[in-house]
Design a protein around this ligand. Structure first.
Ligand code: AMP
Ligand code: ZN
Length: 476
């Protein structure tokens, strides 16, 4: 696998630190408003990376955080806490706001067929881990305290700026207009590890006791604390949007490496923006669309996923309703083709693929392992589906195989028109096979056959069901 690494600005060969297990952390959403398609472009691409790694034989340990405290409206410690602001505006509690928008986020990613991480962790449930980390930084002399906050002293960390290639001196005090400045803050790049519940934050609803007084954590420390807790001091891949490079991720590196003396992340994976009329899709610009807007226009969420698959993660992508409609049309044609192949398919797929089919499989692997060239993967899939020299059952087999990476839910199409009772039996059989109860699995297979259906086993304990007889003709 080859991946572009923001840290080295090069495409490098990727190999996990321990054998075949990949430790993968994704910066999750700040849950103060409806998650929009801009966020989803990032999360779909993170999902494509995870699926690709799995497809290529790695085992991925995936952690994602939920930011429910400490993310201020300005990334540079200015403004107010986004959740507190959202709660005030809606006349709800901060907990209600966080829960409501977390649920909306979960619903959205499920509709886009994004795999759930094995660990979903909330900042508010990891306050102690953050305090412990700040204590280490304090002990090692990387912090200073003002009346308002505890700051990380960026001038004291030699590698500061290495991710975004920034020079500290370019960010001298006064270099930018800040809405609010703590007069005792020494350098604009210094960032809050802990905010005290005083001054502008005197009425902050979320607050915890700490060695530096009652208050709440700064935004960046949560990702370091949770990444280390669940994945270890050095992880393989950390993902997020490109807007996180200069502040959030730079700060994560500084505080983590200052605390442990170890590299924090080996590969930084950054996704470029989804734009609308040449501007980043973002709440502050008022140009956002959510998954509900998609459905209101009778487009399918998975058609939007299909649309995202057509742009490489490192290029800017423009969103228009025309392109969304075109993606819907392309997705409809793809689904029709797969359904037709399934209908026509009279053969059980052979355990051995033909030489030609194998070539397609190898080419697909090569493409996706080359810094995730998913758009090329989609082109290859279409060329393969239109290749009349390839028997239908092989085309079907290959597209379902590729779809383990695309995540377009194409396998579900092969279950359409199959009675629910048969699907239930197939699921029961799948569970039996999982616990290696092959006797039971065989009994269920026979039952399925007596109902007139054939079940075929695929890799990863997946299966396909087909009608046993077609218009008076045996399937064999
Ligand atoms: P936030 O909730 O603001 O922390 O954003 C969640 C994730 O979505 C981050 O990784 C952002 O970089 C990413 N993101 C936000 N807006 C966009 C956009 N317009 N296009 C792509 N990614 C975005
Ligand atoms: Zn983060």
């Amino acid at each position: 696998m080859f991946l572009f690494n923001t840290l080295t600005r090069k495409i490098e060969k990727f190999q996990p630190l321990q054998n075949s297990v990949v430790t993968f952390y994704t910066c999750g959403p700040t849950v103060y408003d409806y998650t929009h398609l801009g966020h989803m472009r990032t999360y779909v691409n993170n999902d494509l990376l995870r699926r690709t790694l799995t497809y290529l034989g790695f085992q991925v340990k995936h952690v994602m955080n939920i930011t429910d405290v400490g993310h201020l409206t300005g990334d540079d410690d200015t403004g107010e806490d986004k959740i507190e602001k959202g709660a005030r505006k809606a006349g709800k509690t901060v907990w209600e706001i966080a829960e409501f928008y977390t649920n909306f986020f979960l619903k959205t990613i499920t509709e886009l067929n994004i795999l759930l991480p094995q660990v979903f962790c909330r900042a508010t449930q990891h306050i102690q881990e953050m305090i412990d980390l700040i204590k280490i930084l304090e002990k090692k002399g990387f912090t200073y305290e003002t009346k308002e906050a505890v700051y990380f002293d960026t001038c004291n960390f030699a590698g500061y700026g290495k991710l975004g290639g920034q020079n500290l001196k370019e960010k001298l005090p006064g270099a930018r207009e800040e809405v609010y400045v703590d007069k005792e803050k020494k350098h604009p790049t210094d960032f809050a590890l802990w905010f005290k519940r005083v001054g502008r934050f005197a009425n902050h609803t979320l607050h915890w006791d700490s060695p530096w007084g009652d208050g709440f954590p700064g935004w960046h420390i949560e990702c370091s604390a949770m990444s280390m807790k669940y994945l270890g001091q050095t992880i393989d891949i950390h993902a997020g949007g490109v807007d996180h490079i200069p502040v959030h991720h730079e700060n994560e590196i500084a505080q983590s490496e200052a605390a442990t003396g170890q590299p924090f992340v080996r590969f930084w994976f950054h996704n470029h923006f989804l734009m609308v009329n040449n501007q980043k899709m973002s709440k502050s610009l008022g140009n956002i669309y959510t998954i509900e807007d998609i459905k209101k226009r009778t487009l399918e969420p998975l058609a939007i996923r299909y649309q995202f698959l057509q742009s490489h993660y490192r290029s800017v992508m423009n969103f228009t309703w025309e392109s969304a409609k075109a993606a819907q049309e392309g997705f409809r044609r793809l689904k029709n083709l797969v359904s037709n192949l399934h209908e026509k398919n009279n053969e059980t797929s052979k355990s051995q693929l033909s030489v030609k089919a194998k070539k397609y499989e190898q080419e697909f692997k090569r493409i996706i392992a080359n810094d995730l060239q998913i758009p090329q993967g989609i082109s290859l899939a279409w060329a393969m589906l239109r290749d009349k020299n390839l028997p239908p059952h092989e085309r079907l087999s290959l597209i379902l195989d590729f779809d383990q990476v695309f995540g377009l839910g194409l396998e579900r199409l092969t279950l359409e028109n199959i009675p629910q009772s048969v699907i239930n039996l197939a699921e029961e059989r799948k569970n039996a096979r999982q616990v290696k109860d092959y006797l039971k699995a065989d009994r269920i297979r026979e039952k399925i056959e007596t109902l007139g259906y054939l079940i075929e086993d695929l890799s990863d304990n997946r299966y396909r069901i087909r009608k046993k007889f077609r218009t008076g003709q045996s399937a064999f």
